[in-house]
Design a protein around this ligand. Structure first.
Ligand code: PXL
Length: 279
């Protein structure tokens, strides 16, 4: 069978296990051919370190696309994450136009826990909302969803009707499928809920809620979800694969949680991810 090929456009944080340093190995393990496009090189991610370096690679993005086009390269999918500047959002939109036919997965990556990430503002959030409108699948957390919809962030105490409403309003922005992560109806459980706008169906998958927070788990989730979707797995299957893998990674990191706060031990859980594709 022809191998599926996916491009992934996000930053390369040299230390910290997020964005490209998780997306590339996870999707390679799933059997995809992964073509990384670094939007910026940072010494560490920005969530908990201070004084990181930031080399903006925006100027390279159009040149990489032009070269790939000149070589006749084609892609089955694209997954985007942290981009680093508003200028880059327009460049990613150009990739979507230049390489038609890709399954486009956009994780907006600009906020969490009710707050914008360091270096992002409302204009970036608005630009990312426009990029999400062009995607087939978007993967915001509830903070990003609130910014994108111009609604207050609701941290807890919501019900299924609220989440389904958020998903419908997200899909109305223009994407085909909206997935929200970090949903807890019952404090003992956490999971993801998806809405397929074409069929009007909702899907959800929950696991035990682990009382800990690690950086990069959103990127782990989106990488596994995008890999599964581009491999042709159904939306409920992709949710199961991505939630189970993310929970496995968190569980594997718990014994070292104080020292390993910056990211999860996704590497040791790759064999389980590969096995979960066989189910
Ligand atoms: O995990 C999201 C992410 C990706 N890349 C960089 C980040 C963050 C979140 O803070 O700082 C550089």
């Amino acid at each position: 069978m022809k191998q599926k090929r996916i491009m992934t456009i996000q930053d390369l944080s040299c230390f910290g296990k997020c964005s490209l340093t998780v997306a590339h190995p996870i999707m390679s393990a799933m059997g995809l051919e992964v073509c990384p496009i670094p939007t910026a090189v940072l010494s560490t991610h920005t969530g908990g370190f201070t004084g990181w370096t930031f080399r903006d690679l925006a100027a390279d993005l159009p040149a990489i696309a032009a070269h790939w086009k000149s070589q006749g390269l084609t892609f089955d999918g694209a997954v985007t994450g942290y981009l680093g500047s508003g200028e880059m959002i327009g460049m990613v939109s150009d990739y979507f136009r230049l390489f038609p036919g890709m399954v486009k997965v956009v994780d907006p990556v600009f906020a969490d826990n009710g707050k914008l990430y360091a270096g992002f503002d409302e204009a970036y959030a608005a630009g990312m909302t426009r990029l999400c409108a062009q995607a087939d699948v978007i993967v915001p957390n509830l903070t990003e969803a609130a910014y994108m919809l111009g609604e207050p962030y609701v941290a807890s105490g919501y019900d299924e009707a609220y989440i389904h409403g958020v998903l419908r309003r997200l899909a109305a922005l223009g994407c085909g499928t909206a997935v929200v992560t970090g949903v807890t109806y019952d404090p003992a459980q956490q999971g993801a809920v998806a809405y397929d706008a074409a069929t009007g169906e909702f899907f959800q998958y929950f696991r035990e809620n682990i009382d800990a927070s690690f950086h990069g788990t959103g990127d782990v989730f989106t990488s596994a979800l995008a890999g599964a979707v581009v491999l042709g797995r159904s939306l409920p299957d992709a949710l199961r694969i991505a939630v189970d893998y993310t929970v496995d990674c968190i569980r594997a990191t718990m014994p070292d949680r104080a020292e390993h706060w910056y990211g999860v031990k996704f590497e040791t859980c790759l064999p389980g991810l590969i096995r979960s594709l066989e189910a």
